[in-house]
Write a protein that binds this ligand. Sequence first.
Ligand code: HPA
Ligand code: ZN
Length: 335
Amino acid sequence: MRPVPTAELHLHIEGTLEPELIFALAERNGVELPYADIEELRRQYEFVDLQSFLNLYYSNMTVLQTERDFADMTRSYLTRAAAAGVRHAEIMMDPQAHLSRGVPLATCVNGVTAGLAGSEQEFGISTELIAAFLRDEPADEALAVLEELLAMNAPIIGIGLDSAEVGHPPSDFLALYERAHSAGLKCVAHAGEEGPPDYIRQALDLLEVDRVDHGIRCMEDEELVERLVAEQMPLTVCPLSNVRLRAVDTLAVHPLPGMLERGLNVCVNSDDPAYFGGYQDDNFARLQETFGFNTGQLVKLAENSVQSAFVTDERRRELLAEIEAWQNSGGADRP
Ligand code: HPA
Ligand code: ZN
């Protein structure tokens, strides 16, 4: 299928590190990996929950040491994302996960930024960068890193909140989000992936987020669903991620079709595609296969992503026109 043109709004750049690149970077940097080969590494990709994934995700980052490493990882993602139909990407990075390993902030920020430079010309993908903060690390550390990012004029459009959710509610990060808002940054936060619906409410009321990452557990709370529908709050859903991290049992019971039907502003994203079995096009293909989504439903999901993106009106019009052209030229029915 020709992939539908979309905006990818929920993507961790460190989660695009493919096993082949992990081994290549390890060799380049003289890092010894605890796996004999790529096959042994691949055998670790069996997750029982979010934490079991995060352990491997953080461990594999040890191969990222220089600006060039971050740039290479970023360009690999863009190359694959272009083939997946992504036309605009808002990319999260986890600065604290590198700082704690002794990698300076400038190395990861400048490396990813260098990888993104020229993306529009080379790949047809416009991009933005979001600094995500680790909710299982102290909130004052997050605030200090945000201050450093602001002081160095890092080219970020906003902030996010990720890592282990349960036990680390949005309410712990009030000061961080107040600072981000005052600096004119956009605000997103993971909520309702493993955590309860109340964390989604906290993200809305306390952090005043512009989007909720995941948000699938809103479906357990009818009043919250009504509010999210009324506000058309974007929810960046990641179907293959939810299956691999066992937030849902199987794709067949994923709440996405029900969320669409309720009129929630949902879009489809790949989260950590190197770990969860696929990129945007893989997510869409599996959804089509499992739920028989037609062109109209795919267009709605793609339009939601574009409507929820942090882009100019002009870029939004261009992206919507690309989706319309895809639909007019046969949509999902044309191979
Ligand atoms: N959830 C929470 N934190 C993360 C994820 C995720 O799926 N990926 C990278 N950090
Ligand atoms: Zn995520």
